[in-house]
Every structure is written in structure tokens, then in C-alpha cells.
Design a protein around this ligand. Structure first.
Ligand SMILES: [Mg+2]
Length: 381
């Protein structure tokens, strides 16, 4: 099999959050057998697709897509003159997912079978609450709806509003009380029957993070995620020493080299690679194995488009050390509908093993003619 063309499909979507527009980039790898592999990255498609066409396509065109490890290394060498990271690694991630999709299709099996088979019958999930119900205003109603759907774990970020107000530099006693309120109300109503992960999006300085971690301890959250930015892991170690709660770090880290520092630093108790950022399925599997050697679980970051969702399910099906998989009911129940052939919804708080072959999903043809979609293609000459 030979790679004959690489296509990028940029979906503008028109959705903007406080840090910018949320857009998806899909990559399709065409071959001389007619099989097509699908990959994805986000959230800056203009930069990512430039890397795909100008830096990665010259490496890939004409090559055998089954040689995934060799292609990964050649792509990495083509862009790694300044270390790892950024749009370069996100672009490699998208290509890598598409290569695994092709490998699965060529073998006519789901990707998780190629990774070593299933380690479980179903995949437990928590709901990240980008939702039609605002967790700041109606946390109990939101938690009740989730529980009714069998979802007994959720993630909220009730301190973000304060962090944006104060730049993450300080927090008053009143602001602390406001931030704690949703978690307090959920505990009051449901006791310990709902797991609640607390997300901080890297907004806080170290003294505030220590103070908040101490204040939330009484409510036993499932974890504290990204309390600090991720550029100084030594500071994370100091934070870890002040709390008995597990810290979850790393959705923005890339490659096994970036994660090596995280493991050696020993601050994170839950490891959160994003397949479409860290270097693809290949790299996420390696990171999961590295985590195993430190007796740490992974909880893959899954808050992008429908291809990341499917890829995350395959990784989560396979790795022995899965803690729980992120998902967003508004994504698989709404935003992925009409976009892919199978949005793979959760059933009773968990996902079934994902179908195959490959990822087990395809873009619906009508997506390609949407007015907010632009397609570019690099062909083998
Ligand atoms: Mg996060």
C-alpha cells in the first residue's frame, strides 16, 4: 500500500469561547488501494494544516502507511529542530491517528485490537460539563440529570470566573465560598454518590492553588486538574506536597519526552494525554505504558471533535491502566450528530467497546460541502 494524497478538512464551526474560536481539522490519508484513513487535531487549523501540507506531506507521500513508527520518527525529525510541541506535534498527531485508522481498515479490525486487545468490557466515563445546564447556577439539577442517565462522575470549573477576574493572583474569602458552592451543593444533595473532578485550566499561581486545594479537600473531589500552568513542573511538586488530593496534569504536554519530565517529577497522580495533541495514538500508548511503570493511571483528555472521541475510546479500551475516560454529552449527543456516521454515545455511564474496522467512524459526505468547510490536498506527483 502507498500513500497517494493527503487532504485537510478545516471546519470553522462558528463557535467561540473565552480563549478563541473552537475549530476542528480533519486529515484524510488516501492510498493506492482505495482505503482512506481519518485523523483529527484542533484548535488552530490554519497553523496545523500548513504543517501537514508543507512539512509532513513531503515525508509521507509515496510511503507505506503501515510503517507507523518509522513514519512518526521521520515526521518528528522533519519538524523537531526546536524540540517538541505546538502546531507541529498537533499535525503529527492527526496524521498518526489516520495511519492507525488505515491499519485497522487494512486488517479489518478495530484499532484497539491492534494495540493489544481489550482490557475491559466497557469504558467508564465522566461528563465534562459544557452543557445546556450551567453548573454555577444549577449544579444539583445538572448532577441529577447526569445520574438519571447513569453518569456518576462529572467535571466542573467553578473557580474559573474568579481566576479571570483576579488574573489568578489572589482569591478573597468570599470568592472562595462562591467557587466552593457548586461542589458543596452537589455533596449536600447526593453525598458521595457523584464523583466530581475539579478543573482549573492552569489559571492560578502557586499560593492560591495551595489555598484552594486545602479548601476543597473537605468535599473529596475526584481530582484537581491543571491548577497551575504546566511550564514549571517543580512548582507542581510543591503543590502536591500540600494536599492529599490527587493532581491531574498534562493535557497540554506533548510526546513521551514531555511526559518523562512529568513522571520523574512525581507530582501528577492521574495522567491526561490528549491523543490529538500529544503525538497521536502511537505516542499516547507509549505514554500510558510509561505511566504504568510509575503505577499511575491515565484518564485521556477527550474534549475535541468526533475523531478524537473515537480514537480515545480505542485507547481506553486497550490500556490496562485506565482510570476513567472524559466525554461531553453535548458533543456526542448533539455536536457530532450529522457530522460522523456513528457519534458513539455513552450508555448508562459507560461506553461499549468501539466498533471497527479502524476507528469505526466516517465523516458523513454532506459535511464536505458545508459552507464553513475548506479542503486542501497534497498529491503524489
Ligand atoms: Mg482540562
Amino acid at each position: 500500500m502507498r500513500i497517494t494524497a493527503i487532504e485537510t478538512i478545516h471546519v470553522r464551526r462558528g463557535i467561540t469561547v473565552h480563549w478563541g474560536p473552537i475549530q476542528w481539522l480533519w486529515v484524510r490519508i488516501h492510498t493506492d488501494t482505495g482505503l482512506v484513513g481519518l485523523g483529527e487535531t484542533y484548535p488552530r487549523p490554519d497553523a496545523e494544516k500548513a504543517i501537514v501540507h508543507h512539512a509532513l506531506a513531503p515525508v509521507l507521500l509515496g510511503r507505506d502507511p503501515a510503517e507507523i513508527d518509522k513514519l512518526w520518527l521521520d515526521m518528528f525529525r522533519a519538524v523537531s529542530y526546536s524540540g517538541w510541541g505546538g502546531a507541529e506535534m498537533r499535525a503529527i498527531s492527526a496524521i498518526d491517528v489516520a495511519l492507525w485508522d488505515l491499519a485497522g481498515k487494512a486488517a479489518n479490525v478495530p484499532i484497539y485490537q491492534l494495540l493489544g486487545g481489550a482490557s475491559r468490557d466497557s469504558i467508564r466515563t465522566y461528563n465534562t460539563c459544557y452543557d445546556h445546564i450551567d453548573f454555577m447556577k444549577e449544579p444539583v439539577r445538572l448532577a441529577r440529570e447526569l445520574k438519571a442517565a447513569g453518569v456518576n462522575a462529572m467535571k466542573i470549573w467553578p473557580f474559573d470566573g474568579v481566576a479571570v477576574e483576579t488574573g489568578g493572583n489572589f482569591i478573597s474569602a468570599d470568592q472562595m465560598r462562591q467557587g466552593l458552592e457548586p461542589l458543596r451543593l452537589i455533596r449536600e444533595e447526593f453525598g458521595d454518590s457523584m464523583d466530581v473532578a475539579m478543573e482549573f485550566h492552569g489559571y492560578w499561581n502557586l499560593p492560591c492553588a495551595i489555598k484552594i486545594a486545602q479548601a476543597v479537600e473537605a468535599y473529596s473531589p475526584m481530582w484537581l486538574e491543571e491548577m497551575l500552568p504546566q511550564d514549571n513542573l517543580t512548582a507542581y511538586r510543591e503543590l502536591a506536597a500540600t494536599t492529599s488530593l490527587p493532581l491531574c496534569v498534562s493535557e497540554r504536554l506533548m510526546t513521551r519526552y514531555g511526559f518523562r519530565e512529568l513522571f520523574e517529577n512525581q507530582a501528577a497522580r492521574i495522567v491526561m494525554p490528549d491523543i490529538c495533541w500529544c503525538g497521536g495514538i502511537s505516542e499516547a500508548k507509549k505514554i500510558a505504558i510509561m505511566a504504568e511503570t510509575w503505577y499511575l493511571p491515565i484518564a485521556p483528555h477527550n474534549c475535541g471533535g468526533p475523531v478524537l472521541h473515537a480514537a480515545s475510546l480505542h485507547l481506553a479500551a486497550n490500556v490496562p491502566n485506565l482510570y476513567i475516560l472524559e466525554s461531553v454529552r453535548r458533543h456526542y449527543g448533539d455536536e457530532y450528530i450529522g457530522v460522523v456516521s456513528n457519534p458513539i454515545p455513552s450508555v448508562n455511564g459507560s461506553f461499549p467497546l468501539p466498533p471497527g474496522p479502524g476507528l469505526g467512524i466516517e465523516l458523513l459526505p454532506e459535511v464536505l460541502s458545508r459552507p464553513d468547510v475548506s479542503i486542501e490536498r497534497s498529491d503524489l506527483r
